[in-house]
Design a binder for this molecule. Structure first.
Ligand SMILES: [Zn+2]
Ligand SMILES: [Zn+2]
Length: 325
């Protein structure tokens, strides 16, 4: 196929999103297959930007052979079905993406039930918990139910791009993947590493019912440390600019998290508190609109403090309190 893009080159296409995070970057990778890494949210503006972006390289959505997802967030995968409707594009993702990418009704319902209980256990008033769950449904319109063709697994190569290896980097999301090309020392990093914002280690319900929730901030820190072992010259992120000082950024993020945890510890000086109480003291009114992200932040850092043996928990009247040791 004759295109304006050289085989093996990574081309960035910037797609607008309706979210606070701003634009999302999707990447065109041409190897033995024409692949899109992430596609953008399911909006008309995003679709137009994708068509425009592809046309620069002489391509149309119908030319896409594969969609390879870094993770399941709607700003990254929502347009998948629309691309698939116009092409034979095969969608590949991590197995843990499945329930979100296919909008698996039963599992999504279980996740909602889990969070309802979870919020109440962390001291969130019932009306606020309902509101937060209602808000999370707003995102559904930017997603889609897309058929999955195959899995992307840690240590394997990207289909159609033998030189690109897949690494499972849970933390920002449970299914998060990074793709690495050793010769160019380049990583496609999704939301694992972003230059201008520190990525949130978002809480997720356990996918196997009855098991414990993943401690997302601890996972995220492990995944960042794992990246330190790679020889990386550039990380192409899911949002914002390409990162060249990768090591510095990772070390900075890790340190900031420790400082933030220390800061949160001071809220426990005058006695035990719930995650909701800490969140209110720290974030005030902002909690209204961003409760799930803010609770991820607070509970994640409490997990870190527990891991450092500085904080412990106790249950009282079915509500979990954190107190400093
Ligand atoms: Zn994300
Ligand atoms: Zn994102």
């Amino acid at each position: 196929m004759l295109t304006a893009s050289k085989k093996g080159k990574i081309e960035r296409i910037i797609i607008p999103t309706p979210f606070a995070v701003g634009d999302v970057n999707v990447y065109l990778l041409i190897g033995d297959a024409v692949s899109l890494i992430d596609v953008g949210p399911n909006t008309e503006e995003a679709w137009k930007a994708l068509e425009r972006g592809l046309s620069i390289y002489g391509l149309k959505p119908s030319d896409i052979d594969q969609i390879l997802l870094t993770h399941h967030h709607v700003d990254h995968y929502g347009l998948a079905t629309r691309v698939q409707e116009r092409s034979d594009a095969k969608l590949y993702c991590h197995p843990l993406s499945e329930m979100y990418v296919t909008r698996h009704e039963e599992k999504m319902k279980q996740a909602v039930q889990y969070f309802n209980q979870f919020y109440l256990r962390h001291g969130v008033p019932e009306t606020e918990a309902k509101k937060a769950i209602g808000l999370s449904h707003l995102y559904d319109v930017y997603g889609t139910s897309a058929p999955i063709f195959g899995w992307l697994q840690d240590g394997e190569s990207l289909p159609g791009h033998e030189n690109w290896k897949i690494y499972h980097m849970p933390g920002h999301s449970q299914d998060h993947l990074c793709f690495y090309e050793q010769e160019q020392r380049v990583m496609i990093g999704g939301d694992h590493l972003i230059k201008h914002i520190s990525s949130n280690a978002i809480l997720e319900a356990p996918q196997v019912e009855g098991t414990e929730r993943p401690k997302t901030l601890l996972q995220y820190r492990d995944s960042m440390r794992r990246c330190l072992d790679f020889d990386i010259q550039r990380v192409h992120s899911g949002h914002g600019e390409t990162i060249s000082e990768v090591r510095e950024l990772i070390l900075n993020r890790l340190e900031r998290q420790e400082q933030r945890a220390e800061g949160m510890l001071t809220y426990l000086q005058d006695g035990a508190k719930t995650a909701w109480e800490i969140a209110n003291q720290m974030f005030g009114e902002r909690i209204e609109q961003e409760m799930s992200l803010i609770l991820s932040e607070v509970i994640g850092h409490m997990d870190l403090l527990q891991d450092q043996d500085k904080v412990t928990t106790k249950m009282q009247d079915s509500i979990q309190y954190y107190y400093s040791k």
